[in-house]
Design a protein around this ligand. Structure first.
Ligand code: ADP
Ligand code: MG
Length: 566
């Protein structure tokens, strides 16, 4: 392998030449203790920065196997290393000067959730690969190799040494990081054993600092479980931990405005991911398949069987293969439920604030005035029990204004000054005095899901497929926008970047007219699990900038991709 000295010679040779001469730096270079690979060189100083990776062989990295021998531990270690490396690198960004993006050093930004990312991968032997972006310096469009030398020979080696070797990191803090991951994994296993949909530990801090900061709110009221719902778990490291166990079934969260209902639900939504130490939600753990369900006016729906909720539309529109380019509140929410069922979600999370009222309930007066025969909608309230009894799908529902669901709930929690109270008994008693009208819905049949996706030859022939993302809002494939704003459990733009690649991959390799949309999602997820994100998202090289989405979000993205031909 060529060495760092060779790279330095090369850089000296191409100094002051036109920018394209930087292309010669592509390849792998042996540095002291690691291999630096220049995987992609930007076309000019203003283009997207160059892609660089660092590989530290397991023997040299020296991480004890117990830090990465199981998947959850490995992901926690990877996350830890990216954060350490990023902290080191930040001090040097734009220290090297020049035009455009010259001198930019960038590593994936990690938020409060712990995600699997291409920014750092650790293999079975404990070898560490870290990927980042560097703006190769230029003056105008003339190579400034000296500045790149500063980056590659002065800045980076220090960053690598300080953050990617076991011996230079704080062993205690690494151990704590591993222990947290094991405790979190333990709680996930316990959910199943104890038949729980979610667990919220006492002492958790649920609210966030602000609408734009995901950090814990200072001086927030810490969470305390009602006695009747308290569950004590014995975590392998943390020891005994008591918290609120939400059983599978139907749970209602009620309470006055501003008492913390939505904050609790939001924490449950993100409890499908593990959180970093100090977040306040480390021990808020939700069934990993949970799906937030909301109204999503304007979304496209492709041949979804929403007949369990909507039937006999006035225009005779087919609701077994329901299609629209512009869904209403109720049809969108119906599709969201049915698609979550197809994506094997075992828990639906719903906030009345973001629901279509006519999808959720039909009050008594309305039932008397407008007879069932003239109402196409079977509201969610008439299906909520069936979803659990026939399909094993639980619901946690925030309801601030409608008491109808009292009749349906197994458990009713009132949020009172940010603290939960178990009011199941009392609320049931009250509800008995207000019986629901006897207008029960016929049981539904299982929604059909045989939606075969046809290959798109024009797409396949196009050899310049562009994939772009706009923050957490959307994925752009060529000119097609996939709107993911309301897929609320996508928590990181890198997940959208990965979804964009997955859609492209599906277009090129999986849509064949024989696989259903569901089978495509399953296949994509299987490949991610077996080969890693990089195998599916990578082209000729693996780039930073991709984070693993859940299977449920792969379904969600396919379902919102208007360019799919069925
Ligand atoms: P609701 O949905 O019941 O109307 P929210 O969950 O939106 O109420 O909470 C209202 C406000 O109270 C929010 O600004 C939120 O940040 C804050 N809040 C929520 N939980 C707590 C808490 N435990 N301690 C302090 N403030 C909180
Ligand atoms: Mg609210």
């Amino acid at each position: 392998m060529k060495t760092s000295a060779d790279l330095r010679d090369l850089l000296n040779r191409i100094d002051h030449r036109g920018y394209p001469a930087y292309k010669d730096t592509r390849g792998s270079w042996q540095f002291d203790g690691y291999v630096l690979s220049i995987d992609h060189v930007q076309g000019d100083p203003f283009a997207a920065p160059s892609k660089v990776s660092i590989y530290v062989p397991g023997k040299l990295a020296g991480f004890p196997a117990e830090l990465y021998d199981l998947k959850h531990k490995r992901i926690a270690l990877q996350d830890y290393l990216i954060r350490q490396f990023s902290r080191q690198v930040q001090a040097y960004t734009f220290k090297a000067k020049g035009s455009g993006k010259s001198g930019l050093l960038s590593v994936s930004f990690c938020g409060q959730e712990i995600l699997e990312r291409t920014a750092c991968e650790i293999d079975l032997n404990g070898s560490v690969s870290v990927r980042m972006e560097i703006g190769f310096p230029a003056n105008g469009r003339t190579i400034n190799a000296r500045e790149l030398c500063r980056i590659l020979f002065e800045f980076l080696p220090g960053c690598v040494k300080k953050s990617l070797y076991y011996r230079s990191l704080d062993a205690k803090s690494l151990k704590k990081n591993r222990e947290l991951s094991e405790d979190q994994e333990f709680i996930r296993q316990e959910l199943t054993r104890l038949n729980l949909a979610a667990f919220v530990a006492n002492g958790s801090i649920l609210p966030r600092e602000s609408g734009i900061s995901d950090r814990p709110m200072k001086n927030a009221v810490p969470f305390v479980s009602p006695k009747s719902m308290a569950v004590t778990l014995k975590l392998p490291y943390h020891g005994e931990l008591t918290g609120m166990g939400i059983s599978n079934g139907i749970t209602l969260i009620v309470g006055g405005g501003y008492h913390g209902k939505s904050t609790l639900l939001k924490a449950l939504e993100l409890g499908v991911y593990n959180h970093i130490a100090g977040d306040g939600r480390e021990f808020v753990i939700t069934d990993g398949t949970a799906m937030k369900i909301r109204a999503e006016d304007g979304r496209s729906i492709k041949q979804v069987d929403i007949s369990m909720f909507i039937n006999n539309l006035p225009n005779q529109k087919d609701t077994v293969h329901f299609c629209t380019e512009d869904a209403s509140g109720s049809t969108s929410q119906a599709a969201n439920v049915v698609e979550a069922m197809e994506a094997q979600s075992r828990l639906l999370l719903i906030d009345e604030d973001t629901s279509a009222t006519n999808f959720m309930i039909r009050d008594e007066l309305m039932q008397r005035v407008v007879h069932r025969d003239s109402e196409p909608i079977t509201p969610f309230i008439d299906r909520i029990n069936e979803l659990f009894s026939s399909y094993g799908i639980s619901t946690i529902l925030v309801a601030g204004s409608s008491g109808s669901y009292f009749h349906k709930a197994d458990c009713i929690i009132q949020m009172d000054h940010y603290l939960p109270r178990d009011i199941t008994e009392a609320a049931r008693k009250e509800a008995d005095a207000f019986p629901l009208p006897q207008e029960s819905a016929e049981p539904s049949s299982k929604p059909s899901s045989a939606r075969f996706v046809k290959p798109d030859n024009a797409f396949r022939k196009n050899d310049r497929i562009k994939v772009k993302i706009q923050g957490k809002d959307s994925v752009l494939i060529n000119r097609e926008t996939i709107d993911l704003r309301y897929v609320e459990q996508l928590t990181d733009p890198e997940q959208l970047a990965a979804l964009g690649q997955l859609m492209k991959h599906a277009q090129l390799h999986l849509f064949d007219g024989k696989r259903t949309l569901g089978e495509t999602a399953e296949e994509l997820f299987k490949q991610l699990e077996q080969k890693g994100i990089s195998a599916v998202c990578g082209g000729s090289y693996i780039s930073s900038g991709f984070a693993l989405p859940r299977k449920q979000e792969i379904y969600a993205c396919l379902n919102r991709y208007r360019g799919i031909k069925l």
